[in-house]
Write a protein that binds this ligand. Sequence first.
Ligand code: MGD
Ligand code: MGD
Ligand code: SF4
Ligand code: MO
Length: 761
Amino acid sequence: MSEPEIKRTNCHFCGYLCGFLATVEDGRIVDLQVDPTRYPYSEKTLAGCRRWRMNLQTLDGPDRVNYPLKRVGERGSNQWQRVTWDEALDDIAARLKALADQHGPETLASMIGGPHTSFWPLHRFLNLFGTPNNMGIGQICWNPRIWMDVITFGWTVEADVIPGLTECFFIWGTNPAYSDNSSFWQALREYSKGPGTLVVIDPCYTPTASLAHRWIPVRPGTDVVFALGLLHVIINEDLYDHDFVENWTHGFDELAEHVQRYTPEFVAEHCGISVDDVLFAARTFANAKASALVSGRGIDQVGRNVSPCHRAICCLRAITGNLDAPGSCIIMDKSDFTPEVDLEMTSLFAQEHRDRSLNTLRADGTPLQSYPGFEYIRPFVERIDGKVLPQRYLTAAHPDFVLHAMETGEPYPVRALIVNATNPLLTYGDTHRVFNALMSLDLIVVLDYYISVTASIADYVLPAAQAMERPTFQAHGGVANIGYGGPAAVAPYYERRNEYDFFRGLGLRLGQAEYWPDETLEDALARSLEPAGMTWEEYCTTGIYTRKPDYYKHLRVDENNRYMGFGTSTGYVELASEELAALGGQRLPHEGEPAVLCTGDTLKKGAHLQLITGSRKQPYNASMYFNNAAFRKQASVPVVEMSEATAQRLGFQAGDCVYLGTDKGQARFQVKIAKMRDDLLSADYGWWHPEWTQGAPNFGGIFESNINCLTSCDRASGEEMIGTWSYNNIDCVIWKSEEPLGFSYDAEQSYAIAPWDEVSQ
Ligand SMILES: Nc1nc2c(c(=O)[nH]1)N[C@H]1C(S)=C(S)[C@@H](COP(=O)(O)OP(=O)(O)OC[C@H]3O[C@@H](n4cnc5c(=O)[nH]c(N)nc54)[C@H](O)[C@@H]3O)O[C@H]1N2
Ligand SMILES: Nc1nc2c(c(=O)[nH]1)N[C@H]1C(S)=C(S)[C@@H](COP(=O)(O)OP(=O)(O)OC[C@H]3O[C@@H](n4cnc5c(=O)[nH]c(N)nc54)[C@H](O)[C@@H]3O)O[C@H]1N2
Ligand code: SF4
Ligand SMILES: [Mo]
């Protein structure tokens, strides 16, 4: 037996990536301690985190997938046979090649989820294979904000809160108390105790809202109107930054005229708030020495209104001079290390394959979130410091189009799918549709830790290494100059592999050897750090590479002694967007109609209300950790929240079992009373039942309490330029269920997913 060694490594159970010191004996981790010497150590965060102690348990949990598994029964029968990696990779490569020969390479699609791992190996593989059909959650998480910042400012911005200077702070549609157990939440708590004014815009009275000096409970989906109302007040009361507006913005007069209709009275009525809320928020934001703003999924997931809302927020920042100024928000630098766009090798993605992108082939395509859209924007952005955005994310295929191609073979058949670190049967819109489309495919390959519900209908389930078994380098797609994480503590247990090894292995079998020069992920990451002048060893010692950007970067001068300005088509902040107009969009932010999901007979089933879905809660993360018995004890039922007055009006009591339904489907929840707007429902997401059989007929209970049985990713009701669909601000019908929920919590029962070797054969 070898002497125990202490190894640095990281947790990746949330985006914070805490550093650990692992005690390793004979290649196994026997103990874990927090590493106080490395980024992003925070005693308070760790004290509040319920997941960090799970790392050891998960590393060798009974339900982990440890070997490549090949389906032996019918799809969805959850019958598996253990195969070697070579057998799996050879067969997958051969089948992908045969399908591509028959239908073209675009017959392969992929799905990714939240930032659980690095996705550039997948994207590199897809570029070299020749398919544009990578789907993701980008359209409803991240892409809208990134795109609108870029369209307006030439690059993305982040809040730069400086106590004492940041006199006003807007938290808009995000609840870091539950979603972000990190230094940001700690900083917010500190901020709320100081002299600055904290304003939280959220229809629900969240723990974040409870810290606020003013909680503004706008009606979901109306944030764009609220933001336009703030602009109205700031312009009409002459509270804007004349110097910045005159010298650095484009289209101010048009914007000023456009917002005239959004009087405080109109806005208050439309958003269901008071006139004073509008006046207070506008005056506080404009009059502060510096104002910062952070937004979240609350406004990212509202379909048509998502881009106009982000655009209006960009205008708000700009006309109040809260752009690239200390204490407000700051334009990020590109990364010094190799950015995502180069790691994914999108420059090798041939034009003939770009032309097969459904986002452009389809008449109802998404003009901004597309290869031509990206290429149109690219030179404006690139003018400032050679910045290039992560192309695969920002051109990701719209799920509606890809599902349609699976269902109909139009405009070409999509027959194969790689699912990388996502559980689309719970997290993508319209579960019934996703289920039927996936069940019809010729080949599904899932990389996961577990036999997730999606894995249970795959042809291959491949065992993924978790953070402590792989090096981690979390970067924001190259849109900020920060990367953090650390080394693996151990080689992957059993036959698990990291995603790089999988995609490289597949690539080598498909003639891509030249483009996978690094044998290991660690070599590839070390190489990507070289341009930043940091060695892998240095990075592992500190846990971070970063450099803070300068302020007022538009005032730098170029070689011709001209101001650099902004990376937009005019060189100014585009309050009226020439870029969107050139792509067929609107120059100014206009509100759109919400999606309608309930019609005809659906409406007869019960009361018709507005619904938001998936507000983050602890201890779960989307569909993850439902196999953790302690978590299940703590949060044992899926709930739908409503205000006391709403419950009374509808005749419900806390604990009642209710159905929520739309034309798409229904799901059951338990009623919980919460402080929030009246006539609004907020339902949990991600709920499934590892203790129920995986595979047919129950499929882990995904049709019982899965809110995405009700949602839709339909392009027609989505945002026009990017295609964002709605998870918030949808309409639904609620009625009482005479039966209790289809399961009950039994503390004695094991909640682990049944281990594969017990369910096989
Ligand atoms: N109705 C509704 N739907 C939503 C949302 C909502 O608010 N409402 N939110 C949306 C948003 S913002 C997001 S980001 C998505 C999240 O959607 P997903 O990312 O699909 O959600 P998770 O449940 O976290 O699924 C992660 C899966 O990946 C596996 N996994 C975790 N880490 C790794 C890894 O390192 N490697 C591999 N190979 N597998 C791993 C887990 O075991 C799990 O099965 O959901 C979206 N869907
Ligand atoms: N515990 C836990 N943490 C997570 C995750 C998880 O699944 N679980 N997921 C991670 C991921 S992938 C993401 S993207 C982040 C998301 O983290 P957040 O951005 O914080 O997202 P949410 O909690 O979905 O929504 C935040 C708030 O938006 C409000 N809201 C809903 N609709 C509207 C609206 O129309 N207008 C306004 N103004 N507010 C609205 C909701 O009431 C909610 O309080 O969290 C990450 N962290
Ligand atoms: S779950 Fe997040 S906060 Fe908790 S230990 Fe892991 S990285 Fe840190
Ligand atoms: Mo997300």
